[in-house]
Design a protein around this ligand. Structure first.
Ligand code: FAD
Length: 257
């Protein structure tokens, strides 16, 4: 066994993955439930899907369940998505399913990546590539450079569409809107800001507001609440799954334009 062979294996495999990501069909920023579902459905159909996650662990806000209690609740309407991603669940009353948060997070990550989503962790999207009034890719960096405020220049990936799946942060849309003189497809032309808790309204709005917010830039999951002014919903996840499923349909259409 030679240590340098192990290193070579890692370097060559990583570069192959990165090379595939350079011209993606879609780059999804944020590996929470909505992004993983959208990415999985699209990758399964053969699209080149790159996912960026700034933390060490993909899975976003699933892991903590509700206040650290390790289950999340999912509405019956989203059951098909759980089945498509092989996530085990138990019935809770007539309308709800109860899912172990750790099984849910790890299952979505495993299934999305085995469907073909090319996930890069410890990788932050710090800006967008914009050409002629259209989002055309992402500007990325190693999260450790950002955390430590190191002056390290970023790299760029091209994509036919970019998704802000960054949750409450709406990091991509927020940065894009603050750095450019652009009008978003929102009531104010800017991110409207998230409202307090109102679960049923929030869950419907997350799906309804899953959309193209600027040419080439889409939002899904919790970032729709921050961008379009929706309510928050707490540890119920059906809306996130259905948002991801809807987004997959929108992106398929966008990729064929
Ligand atoms: C860390 C965290 C913990 C949470 N804990 C709870 C909880 O305990 N209980 C509860 O009810 N709700 C919690 N939430 C909120 C809830 O889980 C969310 O409503 C739900 O997970 C939203 O799903 P999503 O698909 O929109 O993306 P999220 O699950 O919010 O995931 C978004 C992902 O995007 C990543 N990201 C953000 N910006 C960037 C960037 N610029 N580049 C790359 N990656 C980026 C984040 O690290 C995160 O993994 C939490 C959210 C987060 C992010």
């Amino acid at each position: 066994m030679r240590e340098i062979d192990i290193t070579k294996g890692i370097v060559e495999s990583h570069v192959k993955s990165l090379d595939k990501a350079l011209q993606s069909d879609v780059v999804i920023v944020g590996a929470g439930p909505s992004g993983l579902v959208a990415g999985g459905y699209l990758a399964e159909k053969g699209y080149n899907i790159t996912m960026l996650e700034k933390r060490l662990s993909p899975g976003g806000g699933i892991w903590g369940g509700g206040m650290g209690y390790k289950f999340v609740i999912i509405q019956e309407e989203a059951r098909q998505v759980l089945e498509d991603f092989d996530i085990p669940f138990s019935r809770y009353g007539d309308k709800y399913l109860s899912v172990d948060a750790i099984t849910f997070a790890s299952g979505l990550i495993y299934k999305a990546s085995s469907m073909g989503v090319n996930i890069f962790n410890i990788t932050v999207c710090e800006d967008l590539l914009v050409r002629e009034g259209r989002v055309a890719g992402v500007v990325i960096n190693n999260s450790l450079a950002e955390i430590n405020h190191l002056p390290v220049d970023p790299l760029t990936l091209e994509a036919k569409a970019v998704v802000d799946a960054t949750g409450h942060d709406h990091d991509v849309v927020r940065t894009f809107s603050s750095k450019n003189d652009v009008r978003l497809n929102t009531p104010t032309g800017k991110p409207v800001g998230e409202r307090s808790m109102f679960a049923s309204t929030a869950e419907d709005a997350v799906v309804e507001n899953t959309s193209e917010v600027y040419p080439g830039l889409f939002v899904c999951g919790m970032s729709t609440a921050a961008v379009y002014g929706g309510y928050r919903m707490g540890p119920i996840f059906g809306g996130m799954l259905l948002s991801g499923k809807k987004l997959a349909g929108l992106l398929e259409e966008a990729c064929s334009r």
